[in-house]
Ligand binder design. Structure first.
Ligand code: C2E
Ligand code: CA
Ligand code: CA
Length: 695
């Protein structure tokens, strides 16, 4: 009955049974003692009654025999009395106390115990010896005739039989009682075990199961408190199960689309890897990214953006089988896992169907919305045998697809892998490039398109990599933008620009304006304040600086961009829209954010003057700029014909290898020196460049 594993603590069953046992034993013992006591008293009374009856009888019949001195008869009376059960003696005494007749049962156990066999047979002696015997009841009756006392009758009754009987009864009762108590205890214990302990034990084991995070229910067999407890437990277990399910859903599913989330997707890929590894099957992952989600969000609002994500998820799911997984990785990124892809053609086919399904127009909030996407494809095991490798490569392939243009899908290739590694290496090297002084600013002069007079320069960054030589900014700037390193680097360019300009100005050169390329990432970090600080420190007038901003900046948070542009405008610096024509080139941007200069990208200048498309585009830009009162810089002028054409079409400024290559600080200073020499020789003061600065 010891509770299992609990040392010396008593179990519930043992405690209960012990308590019942003690109560039962005490009650029954008390009851037995009481009944024994009352029955003894009753029998004693009966014994006395019997003695009295004998005494009264003798006192009634003996006067005649006494008066007639009939001792024979008296003896007969006493013998008869003594023959009665439990009578030890019967004695008739004369008024003087002399025995007239006596009969003593010499073999009565009381007499045997009290009176030695050798004792005298004198009656009075014997009576005296029996005096003080607790087991003896002595009764005395007067023998009276006509108011005259003729003598006394003494009778001694023994309680011996009575007591023997009581003892026997007690023994019997104790045995019976013990048996009853034991039987009852066992019965109670069994009933308790069946009705209480078993249900409690079932509850305990079910609780352990629930505690381990599994689901368990207990059978409800009764309607009593234990039944209610079982019901309450089941309700609680059910609640726990639901809560666990909810947590599981929250942790593994995307709330917006209801699709598996990144965590779940990674889990599915892990399973796919182990399954495919066992069966030497292949599978494909498709990394999908919406290209124009941000502009949908910005122009139509977040609610429509959300609708678009949900609809896209549903579309993708619609063209796949149940065995395939569609997950939303976050933002506008989705992942598709297709098990059992046997070859590239199959994967290609799926990718095509995905692109087609996603780019079907949607009608959201009453407006037609067309989503475009880029897809990166990887195959297991060729393109990676771990989740991390597959994901990284699919992501990389997706970026290549994105770079290739809207609505395209691309397989991961080894070449991408090499590029990825190079890129990672470059990222690392970039970390120290500033500290190690590996950057340098170059200056490419900008001229008046008509007079070809020097007007200023574009500041171009160079990275002198110790192992790889000079690395083009078009290679490392995108990386620095992706990692955020551009903020520090851009700041350095800004400071170098100010520093050099101030030095040249101080030394009496006419450096003209310096145009700096500003990344959208820099723009996000309180750029205008930093610029104002530097301008104040180096004493740079606003006309000396031109900021070249690409249209991508304008795609960011409109309010913040507008605020920054306004601050810059207020500071008086010139704002130039760089690479015009290559990006979104939305006229609405031109209207919304005021610029001073448009920079026609060199890709359009390249086709001048023969390529009809480039010609009409450049003409259109020039006409529009004229209408809006903007200056235009043509970039990448490499030939005389281009220069002539642009000058004739009214382009204000020009930059390109035909006019001057980008040059380092010293070369640019020499260039300025040369101009100064020529100007002092030939050019009258009035026809100096339009931008003339104090000092
Ligand atoms: P961009 O703003 O379009 O700069 C003009 C690019 O055209 C420069 O390349 C320049 O060297 C090149 N170029 C100039 N004239 C000619 C020509 O006649 N023919 C040809 N084919 N190319 C010409 P670069 O220096 O390699 O710079 C590439 C891009 O890197 C720049 O394009 C600009 O977007 C970015 N960049 C350069 N410096 C910085 C910088 O300090 N900060 C930021 N954020 N970006 C920079
Ligand atoms: Ca530029
Ligand atoms: Ca450009």
């Amino acid at each position: 009955m010891w509770a299992k594993g609990q040392g010396r603590t008593l179990g519930l069953g043992a405690k209960f049974t012990l308590t019942v046992l003690v109560i039962l034993a005490c009650t029954m013992a008390a009851n037995t003692l009481y009944s024994l006591h009352t029955s003894t008293r009753f029998h004693e009374k009966q014994l006395v009654e019997r003695g009295r009856a004998l005494g009264r009888l003798i006192s009634l019949v003996s006067p005649e025999a006494i008066l007639g001195f009939d001792f024979l008869l008296l003896n007969e009376y006493t013998r008869q009395v003594s023959a009665q059960p439990d009578v030890v003696y019967g004695v008739i005494l004369s008024p003087a106390g002399l025995p007239l007749s006596a009969y003593i049962d010499r073999v009565d156990p009381l007499v045997l115990a009290r009176v030695p066999e050798t004792a005298s047979s004198d009656v009075l002696d014997l009576l005296r010896q029996l005096d003080g015997e607790p087991e003896l009841i002595r009764l005395e009756f007067p023998i009276v005739h006509n108011d005259e006392q003729l003598g006394r009758f003494l009778v001694g009754m023994s309680k011996h039989t009575l007591q023997r009987e009581s003892r026997r009864q007690l023994e019997f009762q104790v045995t019976a009682l013990t048996a009853i108590v034991l039987f009852l205890s066992l019965a109670i214990y069994l009933a308790f075990r069946l009705n209480v302990l078993f249900p409690i034990q079932a509850l305990i084991s079910a609780s352990r199961v629930v505690g381990r995070g599994q689901h368990a229910l207990v059978e409800v067999k009764t309607e009593d408190e234990l039944g209610q407890l079982a019901r309450a437990f089941n309700a609680m277990a059910e609640e726990v199960r639901k809560e666990q399910e909810k947590l599981h859903r929250q942790a593994n599913f995307d709330t917006l689309t209801g699709l598996p989330n990144r965590l779940m997707a990674l889990d599915r890929i892990t399973h796919a890897i182990s399954r495919a590894g066992r069966t030497s099957h292949r599978f494909a992952l498709f990394f999908i990214d919406l290209d124009n989600f941000k502009s949908v969000n910005d122009s139509l609002g977040h609610a429509v953006g959300d609708e678009l994500l949900v609809a896209t998820g549903a579309r993708v799911q619609g063209i796949l089988r149940d065995a395939d997984t569609v997950a939303r990785l976050g933002g506008d990124e989705f992942l598709v896992l297709v098990p059992d892809v046997t070859n590239e053609f199959q994967a290609e086919d799926i990718a095509e169907r995905l692109v087609r399904a996603i780019s079907q127009p949607h009608v959201l909030s009453g407006r037609k919305v067309v989503a475009r996407c880029s897809i990166g494809i990887v195959l297991f095991p060729e393109n990676g045998d771990t989740v991390a490798a597959l994901m990284a490569n699919a992501d990389n392939a997706m970026y290549q697809a994105k770079a290739a243009g809207q609505g395209s899908a691309m397989f991961f290739t080894e070449e991408m892998n090499t590029r990825l590694h190079e890129r990672m290496q470059m990222e690392q090297d970039l970390n120290q490039a500033l500290e190690l002084g590996q950057f340098e600013v170059f200056f490419q002069p900008i001229f008046d398109a008509v007079t070809q007079r020097h007007r200023g320069a574009e500041v171009l960054l160079r990275w002198n990599h110790p192992g790889r030589g000079s690395i083009s900014p078009s290679v490392f700037i995108p990386i620095a933008e992706a990692t955020g390193q551009i903020v520090g680097i851009g700041d350095w360019v800004l400071e170098q620009t100010c520093l050099n300009w101030a030095a040249w100005q101080r030394d009496g050169f006419a450096p003209g304006f310096l145009a700096i390329n500003i990344s959208r990432i820099q723009f996000r970090k309180r750029f205008s304040r930093r610029l104002a600080e530097l301008m104040a420190t180096y004493g740079i007038p606003p006309q000396a600086l031109e900021l070249e901003i690409t249209e991508s900046v304008l795609l960011d948070d409109h309010d913040h961009v507008a605020e920054e542009l306004n601050s810059l405008r207020a500071a008086g610096v010139t704002l130039s829209l760089d690479d015009f024509g290559t990006g979104y080139s939305s006229l609405s941007y031109l209207k919304r954010f005021r610029f001073d200069v448009l920079k026609i990208d060199r890709s359009f200048v390249a086709g001048l003057p023969d390529n009809a498309e480039d010609v009409s585009l450049v003409n259109a830009i020039l006409a529009m700029a004229k209408g809006l009162g903007l200056d235009v810089v043509a970039e990448g002028v490499e030939r005389q014909e281009q220069m002539t054409y642009l000058a004739n079409q009214g382009c204000s400024l020009a930059q390109g290898y035909f006019l001057a290559q980008p040059m380092d600080r010293n070369a640019y200073q020499a260039f300025l020196e040369d101009i100064r020499a020529r100007n002092t020789r030939a050019v009258p003061v009035s026809s100096r460049p339009r931008i003339t600065l104090a000092g």
